[in-house]
Ligand binder design. Sequence first.
Ligand code: DGJ
Length: 537
Amino acid sequence: MKHRMNYFMQTLCAALALSLAGTGTLCAQQAAEAEMPRLVEKDGRHALLVDGEPFLILGGQSSNSSTWPKMLPGVWQVMESMHANTLEIPIYWEQVEPQEGQYDFSMVQMVLDQARQHDMRLVLLWFATWKNGSNHYMPQWMKQDAKKYFNIMAKDGTYVDSPSPHCRAAMEADARAFAKFMGYLKEADPQHTVIMVQVQNEPGSWYSVRDYSREAEKLFRQPVPEALLKPDVLKQLGTTGKPQGTWSEVFGEHADEYFHAWHVASYIEHVAAAGKAVNPLPMYVNVALRDPLANLKPNQYESGGATDNVIPIWKAAAPSIGLLAPDIYLTGDERVLKIIGLYARPDNALMVPETGTGHVKYLYEVIKQGIGYAPFGVDAAQKVEQGLNNPTAAEYKLLAPMARQLARWAFEGRIQSVIEPADHSAQTIDLGQWEAVITFGSGRRNEAKAGGPADGKAMVIILGENEFMAVGTGCCFTFRGKGKNEGKPWQYLTVEEGCYEDGEFRMTRLLNGDQTDWGGPYIGRTPSLLRIRLVAR
Ligand code: DGJ
């Protein structure tokens, strides 16, 4: 709340500053002084700093066609009922530059104004050259000149519905428009309502691994760029070919895919760098994933995007892109945890900018290792009607008031989490001198769940040697001594149930008796927060 208040004041001040432009008021100064959001890394962990402090995106992404005056009220309604703190919403190049060189940012301003009224941060999605591998958000004047703004050519000589990364004219036009957009934000958003910008949307191509046009073939026969020949890059790629040479000589059977990834990433770097030069907000690229557990061929997933196998190529080609963000729609615990692990890297902050509403089971895993989470299409009519957002809403209701603390704790490495496995077996968490034992079930005494859904989850935050925060759904917490407490009898000193308000933990009640005996404190379907202190005897 404290931070929200600061943000509210800044917003108010910025509005005043605009209306008093030139009078040099204190407010104008404050608005101008809001710190630029930025990504920081320490000991392999990451934080997104907003107003100078770690910030956790508890977000929601609108549907693709929602950045319109008549659609926005519904978006805000859902976002507020979800208790989200950040809206991810597209900005369409086709609207921004209806005629070549003529820009219209009224839509951007509308979203900024409304976000401030709703006390919400924004992540703006630059839908431009690539949207899910196609060019469908290019302005009409570009679509009408397919020769100049060409698509890629498949091996059989036919054009594919995907823009070519080798099209300089499109790249320069995108970079120009993006720089204008970032320039507009710089002027209109001194208080940083916008905390991040997504550059393109799921770039790459379906239906062809790369461009096989004559021009592209020429490039393909050129030597691999130096930046990719660095030993650590080659090692990460697992390359066994020649240490230098053409794409085929160095990368063998992966040459087509790596070539495409390099050129898509380089194109996007050019666009992102043009925007960053004007306004250095954190930027990211989202990824249509390849299944990390299946042995798929490049033409079975979107080629050229930052799939897990080409992350080192993207890192080398696109330094202006702060992070590569997995859109997690794939299902299954093993697969989802694997994806999280593949993108939570010392050189890449984990952010899940899109996921299914049913993926809420993995929310704590993302909080533990990442900076943000957002279910996709929160305003889609059927989701609102069916109330599918409820599991996320219940989580956000509890977590949003403590989002700043969570972001800091994650950055400090204090958060541990587990999910209920398919066999419902108990999970343990190492807490130093203690071990938390988490059982799952529909009741406090860990009733068997055979055949039931395995949807429990738990998160434990280490506050001190004997003091922890516990959050969960469908789980029961108990503890046993470890290290110097090994084998010792112990008991709860206090178990406080509560929530965060104004940046402080507020106890609602002390749990004791039946609420802590018989297997430890139990949390049902509605997530709740416990502050637990233990004592060894
Ligand atoms: C992933 C894309 O990034 C989104 O914009 C959207 O198209 C979803 N897929 C599917 O609805």
